[in-house]
Design a binder for this molecule. Sequence first.
Ligand code: GDP
Ligand code: GDP
Length: 455
Amino acid sequence: AAEEGFDVEDVEGAIEEAGHGPLPVLAVVGRPNVGKSTLVNRIIGRREAVVEDKPGVTRDRVTYEAEWAGRRFKVVDTGGWEQDVLGIDASVAAQAEYAIEAADAVVFVVDAKVGATDTDEAVVRLLRKAGKPVVLCANKVDGQSGEADAAYLWSLGLGEPHPVSALHGRGTGDMLDSVLEALPEAPEQSFGTAVGGPRRIALIGRPNVGKSSLLNKVANEERVVVNELAGTTRDPVDELIELGGVTWKFVDTAGIRKRVHLQQGADYYASLRTAAAVEKAEVAVILIDASESISVQDQRIVTMAVEAGRAIVVAYNKWDTLDEERRYYLEREIETELAQVAWAPRVNVSARTGRHMEKLVPAIETALEGWETRVPTGRLNAFLGELVSAHPHPVRGGKQPRILFGTQAGTKPPRFVLFASGFIEAGYRRFIERRLREEFGFDGTPIHISVRVRE
Ligand code: GDP
Ligand code: GDP
């Protein structure tokens, strides 16, 4: 590295940064208007990101990356909830439940000026049941005089209330210090406890694409092995199902079964549920209704899984209903609308007739394999050397930036760091990604490529 003009420490730092595993997840929950979104904005360090939403506009983004004191984590914001859908208690409870389920730690936000309400107490019961670490945020303490209000919240039995003004930033630093203490280094939900255990599948897709039908089909035909959480006080959410001789864990199946029926506000709820399921899973099986045009909502779900860095399989359902014309248009739509997952294994299924159910498992296995692939550094550099000499980067301003060397910093999904002598254009980065995929497979997995440029 040194002779290429990179300092060894820079190289090691870049590899460590790029190679970080999955991030721990923090959920921010509480009643409407207590200041959750304001707090999330504060935590992620962006003003407009969350609160600018216009009323009536669906928010589909629910997870954000954040960093505090050099540690990175994800934040799940539940502030986009429309309050009057189910009645306030039920809706707060339902959203909190999903967020808590997916989280490694929870910030529970209470409006200190109002004090604890019955709805707050209901959330406290959920938090107790879940047993996750909780940091209590007594919000809207904009000045010294509000501190007494915060102290009243000891009565919730969740430990010390942290007096905070999400709006002005007062107290948020101390609260975030407590959050870091509560958060594990790596997410336990997604991976830590899964070592050697069943692989985790999230079956996701917009409403009515056939998720529950598909789950029922595979569960009935292959029998449900055991319901892990049955008999506990919690609702069953993760289900063990044997497929192709292997036991898999389907996460968040309670959501798939539509325990809660919603009329309006369902979009945000569905986004939260999807984000939660994706966080808990290693592989996302994205179900698309092939009988209908691929929609923006389908694309959002795909984006969510890609951004979360999960292994991905795309299943086109309701294949039994397709005529020749629809099949023709579907292929065109897939090319234009779902280009971002052109690398994902694809299965054309029918939950109704059972068509191609047996192809699901091999597709999932392929995706997981790609997701876990590690390319030895020697092989990678031999490949990069050939690629760079056969297809050099275009000359810009009389200079020709070159990829000097590279390494794979991590897996799940594969993450690469490339070291270059100058700025590498987006088009050339995409070219490298395409060639990496051709050379090493990576079917069914997003890959991350970061480029470091020599100073
Ligand atoms: P959410 O529904 O829980 O996400 O709440 P929002 O973040 O949308 O905030 C609800 C209202 O409370 C907004 O008008 C915010 O400006 C206000 N708010 C949020 N945090 C604070 C705070 O620390 N102090 C004061 N005074 N107002 C706040
Ligand atoms: P979910 O909201 O994604 O869980 O979707 P459901 O499983 O509830 O399915 C929505 C509707 O599509 C139901 O009426 C199902 O009977 C129907 N459906 C699901 N899968 C298929 C399929 O493969 N073929 C056909 N023709 N209909 C299906």
